[in-house]
Design a protein. Structure first.
Length: 71
């Protein structure tokens, strides 16, 4: 999933693991590995979060991810 990879995170508040994409940017968990790409750092490194955190972090997920009602 790569739906909001355009958000930019401030590396100031992140640990090294979080900046490396080794830990969830929200809860710091390293395992299970964060898999959702929620944004980037100013140097364009990827910022990852676990699926649950990504949902909490990005309540405005594009509807295409959630599934549009059929019309
Ligand atoms: Zn998390």
């Amino acid at each position: 999933m790569d739906w909001l990879g355009m958000a930019t995170f401030d590396p100031e508040g992140l640990s090294f693991a979080q900046r490396d994409g080794d830990a969830c940017v929200v809860c710091h968990k390293r395992w299970p590995r964060p898999r959702v790409h929620v944004g980037r750092l100013p140097d364009s490194s990827r910022v990852l979060a676990c699926p649950d955190c990504a949902e909490a972090l990005l309540p405005a997920m594009p509807a295409t991810v959630v599934g549009l009602p059929s019309r």
